[in-house]
Unconditional design. Structure first.
Ligand SMILES: Cc1ncc(COP(=O)(O)O)c(C=O)c1O
Length: 357
């Protein structure tokens, strides 16, 4: 793939004092177009600018759109680490298949990310918990109201310097268990990273916020009994201070890269990890008896977010003493250390982009 790079002034970058999450964007973006005759073509890195789309573009009507999210981290030596960008590219393709969209070549997608991050390296912040969030997107652009696969697409990548997903950083979050709404069913689109899943979650998120919670915990769509995941994270429970349990992938749950990494890392640190179904009753009983000692979310945005409190119907349940537990602390330190190059990476998960010296 040849990428046409627009020449832009190399202005110095002043990072905003308060980064937040996904509020500021860098000056360049990657774009590439698809049609049936030419396949993917016209790859460019150009100035970040508004998109111009026909009001009849099918993305606005049928919602044929996917996205993903990964991060670039500043290393102590000034270089930059990408974390498992190939896993995100493969998930982008899995989402594309589910939504009837064309796949991208994994190596080309990772090359586009690498080149864009290299050009925008001054935007990678260096503070604790910060990163450059990478947001690849694909939208259906054909002008048609027919309900069928679009014949034209736009693939683009934008970058945002971010603080940790939750403003308080590595502090416990409160989670609202959705009792009236469901996010996904098997055979639906729950496993794809497509905006409809998130749009359908917003009413429940408003209920969660009204109850003082930051995230929604979704139960399965059929029995409303089995724990699926939280709004932007997979979920895990710690039994007896050691064993980790995370819901098994059912097709309704996002296959998280952080989840997948922690499932491999945790046993190597002495925490056996199990993927299985876990019901909300088992969670509530385990918290009441003290057998479940910790709960935490896992996702690119927060990396690992300890859960301090659960709200389920009219009940409020504190997890342990409400503070981050030792397993969450250890895993968070190990994984963020590996991602940022502060600790060794025996798994070969990081890809270094040399920008210093
Ligand atoms: C619904 C949902 N589940 C889980 C995750 C965690 O996935 P990952 O660890 O790949 O970021 C995310 C975030 O991408 C998400 O949006």
């Amino acid at each position: 793939m040849h990428i046409d790079v627009e020449t832009l002034p190399d202005n110095p970058v002043t990072l905003p004092e308060t980064l937040g999450f996904g509020r500021h964007f860098t000056t360049r973006m990657f774009t590439r177009r698809y049609d049936r005759e030419r396949g993917w073509h016209d790859a460019r890195i150009e100035a970040y600018r508004p998109l111009t789309l026909d009001p009849a573009a099918t993305v606005y009507h049928n919602g044929q759109m996917i996205f993903d999210g990964t991060k670039a981290y500043r290393r102590p030596d000034g270089d930059i680490n990408l974390f498992r960008p190939d896993c995100n590219a493969e998930r982008f393709n899995a989402s594309a298949r589910r939504m009837g969209m064309p796949e991208v070549d994994v190596d080309e997608h990772v090359a586009a990310i690498t080149e864009l991050v290299r050009l925008e390296h001054r935007w990678v912040p260096g503070g604790d918990g910060t990163a450059l969030y990478i947001r690849p997107v694909m939208i259906a652009t054909e002008k048609t109201l027919e309900v069928r696969a679009s014949r034209e697409y736009l693939h683009y990548i934008i970058l945002s310097p971010v603080a940790p997903y939750f403003a308080a950083g590595f502090a416990p979050v409160a989670v609202y268990v959705a009792a009236d709404y469901v996010r996904a069913v098997r055979g639906g689109t729950g496993e794809a990273k497509t905006p409809g899943n998130y749009a359908g979650s917003i009413a429940a998120t408003e209920l969660a916020l009204a109850r003082g919670c930051q995230q929604v915990l979704w139960l399965d769509g059929v029995e409303r009994r089995w724990v699926d995941e939280v709004g932007a994270m997979n979920i895990a429970f710690v039994r007896n201070g050691r064993e980790i349990i995370t819901p098994v992938l059912t097709g309704a749950i996002l296959h998280g890269v952080t989840r997948r990494s922690l499932l491999q890392l945790a046993p190597d640190l002495g925490f056996p990890a199990q993927e299985r179904r876990i019901s909300i009753e088992e969670v509530l009983d385990g918290l009441a008896s003290g057998h479940i000692t910790e709960v935490f979310g896992m996702g690119t945005g927060a990396v690992l977010a300890p859960v301090g409190r659960l709200v389920y119907q009219d009940r409020e349940i504190t997890v342990g003493d409400g503070q981050p537990g030792p397993v969450a602390r250890r895993l968070h330190a190990e994984l963020t250390g590996l991602q940022t190059g502060r600790r060794p990476d025996p798994y070969g998960w990081t890809r270094r982009i040399a920008v210093s010296g």
